[in-house]
Design a protein around this ligand. Sequence first.
Ligand SMILES: NC(=O)c1ccc[n+]([C@@H]2O[C@H](COP(=O)([O-])OP(=O)(O)OC[C@H]3O[C@@H](n4cnc5c(N)ncnc54)[C@H](OP(=O)(O)O)[C@@H]3O)[C@@H](O)[C@H]2O)c1
Length: 337
Amino acid sequence: MKSTRIVLASRPTGMPEPENFRTETVELPPPNPGEALLQTVYLSLDPYMRGRMSDAPSYAPPVEVDDTMCGATVSRVLESTDPALQPGDFVLGYAGWQTHSVEHTGYLRKLDPAVAPLTTALGVLGMPGFTAYSGLLTIGRPQPGETVVVAAATGPVGATVGQIAKIKGARAVGIAGGPEKVALLRDRFGFDAALDHRAPDFAEQLAAATPDGIDVYFENVGGAVLDAVLPRLNKFARIPVCGLVAQYNDTELPPGPDRMPLLMSLILRKSLQLRGFIQTEFLDQFGEFYPDVSGWMAEGRIAYLEDVVDGLDNAPEAFRGLLTGKNLGKLVIKVAD
Ligand SMILES: NC(=O)c1ccc[n+]([C@@H]2O[C@H](COP(=O)([O-])OP(=O)(O)OC[C@H]3O[C@@H](n4cnc5c(N)ncnc54)[C@H](OP(=O)(O)O)[C@@H]3O)[C@@H](O)[C@H]2O)c1
C-alpha cells in the first residue's frame, strides 16, 4: 500500500509558504499485530500546527523537517489485526497530512457515523469543542448576567464558547473578521452582539457592545482585539488564555513602548485572573463534555459550521488561509470519499 503525504520541507519564517511543504509517495509496511491499515477520509487543520512547524520552545515537540505534517484524522479501516476494529469502520486518530497510514489501534477511537457526522469528531465534538468547554467552564466560569467576549468567534472554539456562555445564562459578544462572519455570529450562533475586528472604530464598537464591562474574555487571538478588550475588563474578570493566533507568524516583538507595566498594573488593580491552558490538561472532563455538548446539539442549542476543502493537495494553501481568516468555520480537508 502506498501513501501520498505532505511533509515539512523547511521551517517557515513568518507566514508558511508553499515551498515549506513537499508532497511525496511512500510505501507503507503491512500492519503488525496491534496495528491497522487506514485510509484518511478527513484531515483537521488547526492553528496549533503553525507552532509545530517551528522549533521554538513550546508545549509540544516540533514536527521534524522531512517528517509528515501532524494532524488529527478521521480514517476508514482497510485492514486490522485487532478484532475490535473491522474493515469499513471509521476511527479518530492522528495520522497527519497523508492519504494512508498504519497506526496502533490503541491510539484510535471508533466513530459511529449514525450518531454524529464524522467531521464533528474533529470540530465541535472533538478537540476544539472540548477546548471551548473545558477552558470556559473551568477558568472562565461565566455566571448568569455576566458578559463573555470571544474572538475568532465563527471558528470551532469561539463559536462553541459563545453558545455555552449563553447556555450558562451569560451575555455573549462575538468578534470576527468581515461582514459575512459577523452576520453568522448573530444569525447562526445567536451571539447577543457581533463585531468586526477589522472595522476602523472597532474599539468604540466594543465599548458600546459591553455597557456593563467584560467579565470573561476568552482569549483566542491577542493583538488589536486584546488591546481593545483590556480597558473594558471588570474587577475580578477571568481570562482563559487559549490561543494567540494574531501573533503566530510574528518573528519579533511588535514595535512601540513596553506595555508590560500597564498590563501588570491592570491585573493588580482589577484583581484579574489570567490563566493559560492546553486542553489536554483537562482531559478528565471529556466524559462530561461529550454528553453535554452532543445533548445541547440535539436540543438545537449548539450549532456548528464547517469549511470542508477537497483534496490533500490543497492543505498547505488552506492552512495559510486559516491564519488570515479565510476559513468559514472548522477547517477540514476531505482526503477521500
Ligand atoms: N489552548 C488549547 O488547548 C487550544 C486548543 C485548540 C485551539 N486553540 C486556539 O484557539 C484559537 C481558535 O482556534 P480555532 O481552531 O477555533 O481556529 P479558527 O477560528 O477556525 O481559525 C482561526 C481564526 O483566527 C482568526 N484570526 C486570524 N488572525 C487574526 C487576527 N490578527 N486578529 C483576530 N483574529 C484573527 C480568523 O478569524 P476571523 O476571520 O474571524 O478573524 C481565523 O479564522 C486559536 O488561537 C488556537 O490556537 C487552543
